[in-house]
Design a protein around this ligand. Sequence first.
Ligand code: ADP
Ligand code: MG
Length: 294
Amino acid sequence: ATPTALLVGTGRGAQLGILIKGPQVLESTRRVDTIVLDKTGTVTTGRMTVVATVAIAGLDEVELLRFAGAAESGSEHPIAKSIVTGARDRVGALPDPESFASADGLGVQAVVDGRAVVVGRPRWLIEQWGIAFPPELEEALAASENRGETPVAVAWDGRARGILAVADTVKDTSTEAIVEFRRLGLTPVLLTGDNETVARRVGAVIGIDDVRAGVLPAEKAEVIRALQAEGRVVAMVGDGVNDAVALATADLGIAMGTGTDVAIEASDLTLIRSDLVAAADAIRLSRRTLATIK
Ligand code: ADP
Ligand code: MG
């Protein structure tokens, strides 16, 4: 009887838009009491747009976008894609970078027209690259964070050149999913590499007060382990390369169908529609299936 019940569970799962790696997965969902959610691309659409461009005095915004867009053209990150699109809209064709490297959860560095360009998290530019921001950029940075946007800093040849602010939107199903998680007895936690202000704002919109922001990709798994060390059984939902280790570390890893292959491979479940409500459905379904077996 057991195998049949498990097959029913996985078949129904497929109908609900959930791919289950194997019947053994159902067992791990039973004791889950905490659900950790990545922000960008999981709770939000991840379709970002450049909403503000601020260049230092004397620099043309088009020039700022041209260097930033070219530097980001080698990156798959949703922020990078939005900057490339925003730059092409304003500049037209972008030059190909002569070299390119990306730092997970931080930003990119590239050589564009012979200039060493760095684009990424403002704190990374300050701490790693020794970039100083003039007061007008400091103000632009703070203003954009206060508006709930993600500011991205741009520098070349050792000097800050400007700020690009990007923003995305919370998926309309995310709030409903949080209500469902709580009904299932799960405590939601929001986990992100993004800044605290943006993260708290998204948390407030969807109803999560446990917000862990500014977490580097390598540290995401540590957050999962720390929760497990408290005796919690943890499900994690994510989409990015930066979530893969955390997804594998969690007791139940759930990937967004729109996510990267690495995230999907590291997970036990994949949500085809990339809708968090399906994660709640998956957990409810597994529990019911297990109850049928018993
Ligand atoms: P999340 O955990 O919400 O999915 P990430 O870990 O992917 O976010 O990114 C964390 C932060 O790192 C971003 O908010 C951004 O500030 C910075 N960042 C990462 N990649 C890039 C990039 N290619 N260009 C600019 N900024 C980036
Ligand atoms: Mg993400």
